[in-house]
Design a binder for this molecule. Structure first.
Ligand code: SF4
Length: 439
């Protein structure tokens, strides 16, 4: 018989390899959105032949979100949809709702395994959606993808003693251990749901969801879908009234209103000018917690930021200085695009804050040195750089990839730049990897 302990051991073995590399998923820029929201995974559909009642029924009426700082964006979105649910920092009897990334998975699994409570455990978020089979070794149900519709329906069904097998967009285990995925649920219309309940938990305003690009290391298009959906200006304005400083979630803020490939800066301006009319607001656009793609940085978009926004920097993802690597990871832009974006920022007196990822599977020392050259050039020009080390994320083509070591020479040079205050982030994959901060 396979016990939870067996599975946990197997999990640790399986992930030990890359937990050496993965320290902070949120530090991998483009995954921020995906790693903080319950999103739709489009898995290869498994045939759903029957809906036998799963193993547990709810005996207590309490419903709680297992809150941590790292899942606050998810729960900000979901808590208004389950007004009866509370927040807790440890398991309690009743329905327990978790959302977590791969980095947090081992700790969460340990907590659930040792909970000792009379609970039904529901998991959602990027890691459970990417690997529901593994998650179901610990949890009773996995919400696959966006939770806005699925989670409240699942909780209602559990509380009323209905058949969870009729809830679309979940995975669970039949009594015999077979994992069942119920049929997929369509993507939600962002306008139909609030971004947060200002009385409970807040999050930056999510203006867009989904991405048409297919960067091989990124969960976003696999989880949110390739069609970009946008929140309307009216809905954004309604949510904006609860903040003084306005920050936004999007995979590419400059793609607001567009298909994610061809910019619609007229729509970006419509949004920014409307926000600008709100009294006493500061608008931070194209910066944390979202960023922009290099080829969307143009005179027109930079001028919009200068005209309407408070931020004097723009966050953009270059990811590599090697043309070969950019092609291989399917970034869909060139090194030249990154250089042009940096120059455009500087011309418009915006500090470019540029992300790089090291450790792509076939990356050679030569590729890494090309990235290093670009990093040096950006720093010399007055930009800032954040380095990241590749995280092989579930549900992406790199799920099972083994990241490449950063060469000693490149590591040394990056370390020097960090000591000079020109570089922050992570780029080491050894056990003694350190976080470098600019001084
Ligand atoms: S552009 Fe690439 S990295 Fe950014 S969200 Fe889309 S797929 Fe992910």
């Amino acid at each position: 018989m396979v016990t939870k302990t067996h599975c946990f051991t197997a999990y640790i073995k399986k992930y030990a390899k890359y937990h050496r590399f993965v320290q902070d998923i949120n530090s991998q820029p483009i995954c921020l959105t995906a790693s903080n929201l319950l999103v739709i995974l489009k898995p290869p559909m498994m045939p759903t032949l029957s809906f036998e009642r799963p193993v547990k029924k709810v005996k207590k009426m309490d419903v709680n979100f297992r809150y941590s700082k790292k899942n606050s964006y998810s729960f900000a979105v979901l808590s208004p949809l389950l007004p009866e649910a509370g927040f807790t920092d440890s398991p309690r009897n009743g329905v327990m709702i978790y959302s977590f990334t791969t980095l947090q998975a081992a700790k969460v699994f340990r907590e659930v395994e040792n909970a000792g409570t009379d609970s039904v455990f529901i998991a959602g978020g990027p890691h459970p959606s990417g690997v529901p089979e593994e998650t179901l070794e610990y949890f009773d149900y996995v919400v696959l993808g966006e939770g806005e519709e699925t989670l409240p329906e699942l909780v209602r069904v559990l509380l009323q003693g209905g058949d969870p097998g009729n809830v679309k967009g979940i995975a669970y285990k039949k009594p015999g251990g077979e994992v069942v995925r119920t049929p997929e649920r369509p993507h939600v219309n962002l306008d139909a749901y609030p971004c947060f309940d200002p009385q409970k938990l807040r999050a930056p305003i999510e203006i867009s969801r989904g991405c048409p690009w297919g960067c091989r290391y990124c969960q976003t298009p696999r989880l949110f879908g390739r069609e970009v959906r946008h929140r309307s200006v009216d809905s954004i304005l309604r949510n904006a009234q609860h903040y003084n400083d306005l920050r936004f979630i999007a995979s590419n803020a400059f793609a607001y209103g567009s298909d994610g490939i061809r910019p619609r800066f007229d729509k970006v301006e419509k949004l920014l000018s409307a926000l600008h009319t709100l009294p006493d607001k500061k608008i931070f656009f194209g910066t944390f917690p979202s960023e922009v793609r290099p080829e969307f940085v143009t005179d027109e978009s930079a001028e919009l930021v200068r005209k309407y926004c408070t931020n004097n920097s723009l966050s953009l993802g270059a990811q590599s200085g090697s043309e070969r690597i950019l092609k291989e990871i399917r970034r869909g832009h060139t090194v030249e695009d990154s250089i042009a974006a940096v120059e455009c920022c500087l011309e418009h007196e915006l500090v470019p804050a540029v992300d790089f990822i090291f450790g792509f599977p076939t990356e050679t020392e030569e590729d890494q040195e090309k990235s290093l050259d670009l990093v040096r050039w950006i720093s010399k020009k007055g930009g800032t750089v954040r380095a990241h080390y590749l995280t092989p994320l579930p549900g992406t083509p790199y799920e099972s990839a083994v990241p490449t070591d950063v060469s000693d020479k490149v590591r040394r040079e990056l370390g020097k730049l960090a000591l000079e205050g020109k570089l922050t982030g992570y780029w080491e994959n050894t056990g003694n990897r350190k976080r470098r901060k600019s001084g």
